[in-house]
Design a protein. Structure first.
Length: 206
């Protein structure tokens, strides 16, 4: 009932890189899928780390289901993101040189991890995601992002992620001193568009 830690790598070797990008795939996706997106990002000098969800899903139900329904998978998934960060830290990478990119279920997981562990990171791009839970438990979220840039892109409507949760997430991150930019695309669908890639590059991977 827990994820096996399985981190796929690409880009620069971790022991040679100054910056690290942690990429978190969505439900039914894979680490290799999300790593392939890196070719469109300004990250050619980064080490890339992508944890693989056991059985392809980080947690079984919707991210806005009651949290207990998604346990113990959810806690294990959050722990795996933490262990991926620790892998970078162990190689001497400073937190402000650790970046994140997540899509869909991976965006939700990324944002939940960040809100629970706020500090000065390099930046994060989360496409179609929000913090996790039927109701937002603000008490879970602690720390100070110290103006970490965070980009949230989404579609309205989106079958999986209500736009209201994206806005609520943006507000929480701002309260925690993140530099948040969000962009909502009308009727775009559950995917990543070219402008979101360009915004991620101009706002985060600069």
């Amino acid at each position: 009932m827990a994820h096996i830690l399985d981190i796929k790598t690409a880009g620069k070797p971790l022991n040679e890189a100054e910056k690290v990008l942690i990429m978190v795939h969505g439900r039914g996706g894979s680490a290799q899928d999300i790593l392939s997106l890196s070719q469109y990002l300004n990250v050619k000098d980064y080490a890339l780390l992508a944890p693989q969800a056991t059985k392809g899903s980080w947690y079984p139900f919707s991210f806005i289901a009651p949290v207990e329904q998604n346990e113990p998978w959810l806690s294990s998934a959050i722990e795996n993101i933490g262990k991926t960060v620790e892998k970078a830290l162990a190689e001497g990478i400073e937190p402000e040189n650790i970046y994140f990119f997540g899509f869909s279920q991976g965006a939700c997981l990324t944002l939940e991890f960040l809100a629970r562990n706020a500090q000065k990171f390099g930046g994060a791009a989360a496409i179609i995601g929000g913090v996790i839970g039927e109701k937002i438990n603000r008490e879970n979220y602690k720390g100070d992002f110290a103006q970490t840039p965070i980009f949230l892109g989404t579609s309205n409507p989106d079958f999986h992620v209500p736009v209201e949760r994206v806005y609520a997430t943006a507000n929480i991150l701002r309260e925690m001193n993140a530099d948040v930019n969000e962009k909502v695309y009308q009727n775009f669908g559950h995917s990543i568009n070219q402008e979101e890639i360009e915004l991620a590059n101009s706002l985060i991977f600069v």
